[in-house]
Design a protein around this ligand. Sequence first.
Ligand SMILES: *[C@@H]1O[C@H](CO)[C@@H](O)[C@H](O)[C@H]1NC(C)=O
Ligand SMILES: *[C@@H]1O[C@H](CO)[C@@H](O)[C@H](O)[C@H]1NC(C)=O
Ligand SMILES: *[C@@H]1O[C@H](CO)[C@@H](O)[C@H](O)[C@H]1NC(C)=O
Length: 403
Amino acid sequence: MARVVTVGYCLLVFFGNGIVLAASSGQQLRPGEATETHSCNHVRHPPAELSDPQVMRPNGENITFYQKYTEAYGIPILGSSNVTDDALKRACYTVRYLFAGHSGIRAMFYKFGGRFAIMSATEVTLDFPEFSSWDPFWNSRARGLGASWTTPLTTGAEENLLCQRNDRYHPEDIFLHESAHAVDLIGAWAAIPGFRPAVNNAFRHANVTGLWDNTYAATNALEYWAEGVQSYFNVNTKGPSGGNGIHNDIATRDKLRDYDPTLFKLIQEAFPCKNTYLKRCESTREMENNEVLQMNCNSDDHSYRMRVLAILSAKDPSCQDTRPLDCLHWSLSGECENNPGYMLGNCKASCKVCSPSNCYDENDNCPGWSRSGECEKNPAYMLWNCRLSCRQCTRTTADPLVG
Ligand SMILES: *[C@@H]1O[C@H](CO)[C@@H](O)[C@H](O)[C@H]1NC(C)=O
Ligand SMILES: *[C@@H]1O[C@H](CO)[C@@H](O)[C@H](O)[C@H]1NC(C)=O
Ligand SMILES: *[C@@H]1O[C@H](CO)[C@@H](O)[C@H](O)[C@H]1NC(C)=O
């Protein structure tokens, strides 16, 4: 029995169109910031701001279809009038839960227009305005899809969220699986330095050693991540030792910790708080609403996020990376300096060759260091890494830097 929650499709959209990402993303960051609160228990009509194309990336959507709305941290959870309030509330709980722990992932997910939508048991994928032009194949293929960079919408199905008998994936929390993709592709890669390469490396190693042979996690690095997250939160299905094509016997956090410590550690980084996930078949909306979640257990890398945002919002068309994600990661591992021949031509944005998108501090301590005279005492580091605080941004107009 083939499992039908693949987001292999997202791999193509996300990485294949990497150039589109940089070339067209200039105006695509959502205005405002993620909040630290939620109103999961309050389902209402979607607010008018959701018709703003900057909020509903990529093009804005005809949101007439969406008649119901709730939110966690400002992240929308949407549905048509056919979806029950209960389903939206349950989805909102999962979102609230998954995004509680890491302030950076939450911040980036919001900025990139990440959102969720739920279909009723009688609705299908192409009913969502974001997917209306997709191949109808997806209507029978999927009861939930992970987000892609171009369409940062993650979908779920009411029957799965509410643990109903008509659910073809009854034993599994499919919405959590799809949301794990969203955390990865719309949040973590841009919030945790080196996150995506680390997941890819862990997967390559697991593949070489046959760790997940004969399971869905062996499909690719994306499914490896999402299946791992499901096991980490104890909502995966246990299969036989050695696998049955979909699952093996590693289906819980305790098993995963010993079996694949590398993946385990990466998952912990993205979900650093020790909150208890209330399982969908054992929980009520009241229990979920009453649960107090610990938040922001991450060590925040604010300057990394600022750098990612600066690169993505570079508006100068002559200042683009030809391979945005690769360039970003290469630049962060010192390649602009080590390999300038290639990098300064092909990774202009990431190597900060152009201005003014390169005008920011690399380190949160820059303003303080600058005030205590470090721009003058330690120019080799400071004039590059603390450009804003050391007033290097307008250097071309002969800004009179002291010293
Ligand atoms: C938006 O979609 C609704 C149906 O969902 C349709 O009646 C309406 O005409 C559409 N509006 C625009 C501006 O396309
Ligand atoms: C959704 O609800 C509307 C209005 O009640 C109804 O006309 C429509 O058939 C429903 N659609 C689906 C797919 O359930
Ligand atoms: C796993 O490794 C094998 C052997 O190196 C390779 O042929 C295969 O493409 C890899 N699988 C994936 C999904 O990367």
